[in-house]
Design a protein around this ligand. Structure first.
Ligand code: ZN
Length: 293
């Protein structure tokens, strides 16, 4: 097919139909090479959605580089029922905390700059004074494996305990760890060569942190005020209702769902989630009844 550029040969400029047809397809990968062979499609990996950013430590005031998610580039997928966030090609949870390689201060990014003077003193004594860096501050990988992210989260939990954080914060860190372990189990299971026992072991570990998170959040709901870990009352109620259901505490789940359905403060999205869960609860009750339990 002739195109408008094909007359340029006389100027020594050779053109192809592809050049014309694909002129708006900047950056589009070729699906076949020059020999007509199929080029294997390269899927994006986590590092494609990350950038390195300098941050200042709230404890020791030193600056260091950390990995951050390029928010505009990631595509959000449906969350898990218990609100675990999911994104295409990346588990953003891995990058949701800041950890200082110099003094060990580690916290969720959302809460890293909020601490009382008493907490600062506790951190200084219990973390910073004792911390021995395992890696040099320049050792920043391109992305974190689940094991690396989990290690950073255990440090985060240690910091939260050391500075006597709110119950909700400690519970939410446990929930984040449980979600990361779920991600790790999914990644392992996706590889056909992983022995089944290895996946089961990670799932058992997830269950341990999950029930810790549940107990903590339940307690926090009775003793703390909202918003809690950035979530309003309806969101926490739905989260706990889904967690209750997952843990087989169906009556608790039912009670929490009713509280959301009758709450004037709950938004439509949360009410819809509550209705969906109500249906699952009713089915579960029916199943139990049929089984004569
Ligand atoms: Zn520091």
């Amino acid at each position: 097919m002739d195109n408008i550029m094909s007359g340029l040969e006389k100027f020594g400029l050779s053109t192809t139909d592809d050049m014309f047809n694909d002129m708006f397809e900047e950056g589009k990968k070729k699906t076949v090479d020059e020999n007509g062979e199929k080029v294997p499609e390269e899927l994006p990996t986590e590092k494609d959605f990350l950038l390195k950013k300098g941050v200042r430590c709230h404890m020791c005031d030193k600056t260091f580089m950390t990995l951050q998610v390029k928010n505009g580039r990631v595509k959000r997928l449906d969350s898990d029922d218990d609100l675990r966030p999911r994104y295409q090609y990346i588990d953003t949870l891995k990058y949701s905390l800041i950890s200082c390689p110099y003094c060990g201060y580690t916290a969720r990014t959302a809460t890293a700059d909020t601490m009382t003077s008493v907490q600062r003193k506790l951190l200084q004594e219990n973390v910073c004074a004792k911390f021995k860096p395992a890696k040099g501050p320049e050792d920043l990988p391109e992305s974190y494996t689940y094991d690396e992210a989990l290690e950073r989260f255990s440090l985060c939990l240690f910091n939260a305990v050391a500075k006597k954080d709110k119950i909700s914060e400690k519970a939410y860190i446990c929930l984040n760890i449980a979600w990361l372990l779920r991600g790790k189990a999914e990644e392992l299971a996706a590889n056909a060569e992983t022995p089944k026992e290895e996946v089961e072991k990670v799932k058992a570990e997830e269950a341990k942190y999950y029930s810790q998170a549940y107990d903590g959040l339940y307690k926090a709901m009775q003793t703390e005020s909202f918003p809690m870990c950035g979530m309003d009352e309806a969101t926490i109620s739905i989260l706990l209702a889904e967690m209750s259901f997952k843990l087989g505490k169906v009556e608790n789940a039912g009670r929490l769902v009713s509280s959301v359905l009758t709450s004037p403060a709950a938004n439509q999205r949360m009410k819809t989630k509550a209705l969906n869960l109500k249906e699952k609860i009713i089915n579960e009750m029916k199943k139990k009844k049929a089984a004569g339990k």
